[in-house]
Each structure stands twice: as C-alpha cells, then as structure tokens.
Design a protein around this ligand. Structure first.
Ligand SMILES: Cc1cc2nc3c(=O)[nH]c(=O)nc-3n(C[C@H](O)[C@H](O)[C@H](O)COP(=O)(O)OP(=O)(O)OC[C@H]3O[C@@H](n4cnc5c(N)ncnc54)[C@H](O)[C@@H]3O)c2cc1C
Length: 258
C-alpha cells in the first residue's frame, strides 16, 4: 500500500492489524462471523450470522467489492507477482516496463492511459473490435504512441516461473494463439460489489452498488453504507476510511434524533 498518506510501504495485512489494534484500544468489540441475512425494519434490524442473531437500531454496511476475475490458468498464482486489478495502486511498480491491460470499458481505458504515462509499452487486449469506453477517453488513448490495442482477442493463460513473464492470447476470429512478453497484467473486466444479500431491501445503481451519498444514508432509515460497497468516485483505502467516519457520524445522529 503505497498511497495511504503517512504510511508508505506498509503492507495491507499490517495496516489492517494496525486499524484493528487502534479500534480495540478505543473499546470496539470484534466478532468473526459471516452475515447471512439482515432484516431491515425501520425501528429494528436483525442481523443473522453464522455466530448467532443480533438486534440493532442502526447498521453500517461495509462489505466491500471484489474484482471480477479472468478465470484463466496462472491468474490466482500470480496475484501480487505481476497480476493486478488496480492500476492506480500498483502501476508504480511497473515504471519503464511492459504491461498488458485486459478490458474495453472506461476503467480499462483509464488504466491503459495511466500506465501509458509510466510504462515503456502498454498493450490493451479487448475481445471486441471496438471499445465501450467514453469517446473522450478513447481519443486520449489513441494519441498515445506507446499504447497498442489488440482487438478481438482474449488472454487464455498467464505464464511465469515466479513473476509474470508473458501472457498467451487467442484471436477470436482466426483462433490463432500468440505469446506476449510482459512484466505485468492489469485486469479491468469489472467489479462486483458484495451486495447480493441486500438486493431486496436497498436501492442500488446499475452496477449493484448501494446508492448512498457522502453521509452514507441509504433508502432505509438507520442503514448506512461505507467504503467500496457504495456509489462513489474512487474506491481506495483512504476514501473507505473517510466513509467510515462519515457513516458513524450519521449513525450517531440517527440514534440521537430518531
Ligand atoms: C489486490 C488489491 C490491491 C489494492 N491496493 C490498494 C492500494 O494500494 N491502495 C488503496 O488505497 N487501495 C487498494 N485497494 C482497494 C482497497 O483494498 C479498497 O478500496 C478498500 O479495502 C475498501 O475498504 P472496504 O472496507 O470498503 O472493503 P474491504 O476492505 O473489501 O472489506 C470488506 C470486508 O467485508 C467482509 N464481508 C463481506 N461480506 C461479508 C459477510 N456477508 N459477512 C461478514 N463479512 C463480510 C469481507 O470479508 C471484508 O473483510 C486494493 C484492492 C485490491 C483487491
């Protein structure tokens, strides 16, 4: 984690433990359990978990989001060893190197532009012959001399002894396979918020994020959303932490004035 202010070089696990110790010291109670269902009545919420049921007046949902995987051989083994799902988080590790971005939407094109500014060469592999991204982004992308688009193509394998060394691509029109020598692969084929269990209660946008502004308020009084799970511009640790502070303030206000 190189982009959280004041803590350069901290790894994600250590940062999580530091956050926990801090909250522990302030008297927070922790419990490990899987939340399986939540009943959201206006005055009482019932949280059903693998470790018993809990009744509360207010809830802050912070279940996060997961990156959609490519699901190809070599992907799982190389996460953190050249496979990344976040160009703004990991791009700096690939300065002056060669990388491939997979995807064709706004995020993939934004990633390719971002990486094009720091990497020696960027390939953008897309399974169709045109991008879905906004035209303005496409124009910027096509101006970049070190970015090359590879159309009608998918990545079928990620290869490398330890670090990523190459990816195997397959052209969907002529079925020809090729080996692309790269130092890293950025997968930008979508994000899935962990909101399945709230779909019958909470208002969500077309990407299945819980609709909530900066105050974390959802369509149900007393239910707040914070972090990657809510509608927002930038999904990072620093914005998740600030969402947490805002949502707690909203929950306190709700408990006082309801
Ligand atoms: C590989 C990777 C690298 C990243 N690198 C960076 C980086 O360098 N810098 C940066 O700022 N951001 C980075 N991010 C993004 C960052 O991790 C997120 O923005 C941030 O963690 C969001 O915090 P959150 O609390 O909303 O969700 P999360 O951190 O995802 O936490 C959600 C938690 O909810 C739990 N949960 C979900 N469903 C249930 C359930 N039903 N019951 C119980 N618990 C549940 C999950 O197990 C998880 O612990 C990275 C993300 C990934 C995947």
């Amino acid at each position: 984690m190189d982009n959280y202010p004041g803590l350069p070089g901290m790894n994600g696990y250590d940062m999580g433990m530091k956050f926990k110790e801090h909250a522990d010291g302030l008297g927070a109670d922790f419990m490990q359990a899987e939340v399986q269902e939540i009943e959201m009545e206006e005055n009482e919420k019932v949280i059903k978990t693998s470790n018993g049921d809990f009744k509360t007046k207010s809830i802050i949902i912070a279940t996060g989001a997961r990156h959609r995987k490519l699901g190809v051989p070599g992907e799982e083994e190389h996460v953190g060893l050249g496979v990344s799902y976040c160009a703004t988080c990991d791009g700096a590790f690939f300065r002056d190197k060669t990388v491939v971005v997979v995807g064709g939407g706004d995020v993939a094109v934004e990633d390719a532009i971002f990486l094009g500014r720091i990497c020696k060469k960027v390939y953008l592999v897309h399974r169709r012959d045109e991008l879905r991204a906004a035209k303005s982004l496409q124009e910027k992308l096509f101006e970049m001399e070190n970015v090359e688009c590879i159309w009608d193509t998918t990545v079928t394998n990620i290869n490398g002894e330890q670090q990523v060394e190459s990816v195997t691509t397959r052209n969907l029109k002529d079925e020809k396979e090729a080996d692309l020598k790269v130092d890293g692969i950025f997968i930008a084929v979508g994000i899935l918020p962990n909101t399945e269990m709230f779909k019958d209660n909470l208002k969500m946008d077309e990407g299945r994020y819980i609709v909530a502004e900066e105050d974390g308020k959802t369509n149900i009084p007393g239910v707040f959303a914070a972090g990657d799970v809510r509608t927002k511009m930038l999904r990072q640790i620093v914005t998740a932490a600030s969402d947490g502070a805002n949502a707690v303030t909203s929950a306190q206000e709700y408990l006082i004035y309801q």
